[in-house]
Design a protein around this ligand. Structure first.
Ligand code: FMN
Length: 205
C-alpha cells in the first residue's frame, strides 16, 4: 500500500491541516507498518505556474519539442509519477480566500494532463486515475458546512472534489476542521476532526 501525503498550508507549525494530515499518516502507519509513504510539501516546494511552453508542448511530437518545452513537461513528471504510484492520497487543503492555496492549484495544474490522468472521448472527458482513495483534510476559519448560510461560498472542498473526480478519483473522504478562526472554536474543531480520523482508521482496519 502506497500513500501520498501532501501538505499545502503556509502556516508551518501553526497549521491545523498539517497537524491532521500527520495524524492520519501516523495512525495509518501504526495500523499498517508496511505502508509506503511519500511526502510532498507544496508550500516548501511550490510547482511553477503553467506557461505557454507547456501548453504548446502537448500538441508537439516529442522529437520536435524545444528544450524549453521538454523542461516544462519535465517539471510535472515527478508529481505525476507520485500520484500514479499512490493507492491513497492524504491532501491537506486549507481554505484560502474561499478556495484552495495557489500552491495546491499549481499541483493540480501539473497533474491534470490529457492523455495521462484523463482523456477526451466521444462522450466527453474520462478520468484515468482509477482505483485510488483520497482523504481531503479541509480546514477553514469560518463555517461552510451543508446547511450553513455560507455553504455556497465554499469553493475549496467542492472544487477539490470536482478536480479529483475529473481525473477519476471518486472515492473521497473529507476530514474537516472548520470554524478554527472563530472565538473559542479552534480546539473543539480540531478535536472533532481528530475523532473523525480515529473513526475512519478504525473502520478501515
Ligand atoms: C491567506 C489566507 C486566506 C484565508 N481565507 C479564508 C477564507 O476565505 N475563509 C475562511 O473561512 N478562512 C480563511 N482563512 C483561514 C484558514 O482557512 C484557517 O486559518 C485554516 O486553519 C488554515 O489551515 P492551516 O491551519 O492548515 O493553515 C484564510 C487563511 C489564510 C492564511
Amino acid at each position: 500500500m502506497k500513500l501520498l501525503h501532501i501538505d499545502s498550508s503556509i502556516s508551518g507549525g501553526n497549521s491545523v491541516s498539517r497537524q491532521l494530515t500527520q495524524a492520519i499518516v501516523t495512525q495509518w502507519r501504526q495500523a499498517e507498518p508496511a505502508l509506503e509513504v511519500s511526502y510532498r510539501d507544496l508550500a516548501a516546494d511550490a510547482p511553477a505556474h503553467l506557461s505557454a511552453a507547456v501548453l504548446s508542448a502537448g500538441g508537439t511530437p516529442p522529437q520536435e519539442r524545444s528544450a524549453e518545452q521538454h523542461a516544462e513537461l519535465a517539471r510535472g513528471e515527478p508529481l505525476l509519477a507520485e500520484l500514479l504510484a499512490a493507492d491513497v492520497l492524504v491532501i491537506g487543503a486549507p481554505m484560502y480566500n474561499f478556495s484552495i492555496p495557489s500552491q495546491l492549484k499549481a499541483w493540480l495544474d501539473r497533474v491534470m494532463v490529457a492523455g495521462r490522468t484523463f482523456k477526451y472521448t466521444e462522450n466527453g472527458p474520462v478520468g484515468l486515475v482509477n482505483g485510488k482513495q483520497a482523504i481531503i483534510v479541509s480546514t477553514r476559519g469560518s463555517v461552510y458546512a451543508a446547511g450553513s448560510p455560507a455553504q455556497l461560498m465554499d469553493h475549496q472542498e467542492s472544487y477539490l472534489k470536482t478536480a479529483l473526480g475529473f481525473i477519476g478519483i471518486t472515492d473521497i473522504t473529507v476530514v474537516r476542521a472548520e470554524g478554527v478562526s472563530m472565538k473559542g472554536k479552534r480546539a473543539q474543531a480540531i478535536g472533532a476532526a481528530q475523532a473523525q480520523i480515529r473513526r475512519l482508521l478504525r473502520a478501515a482496519a
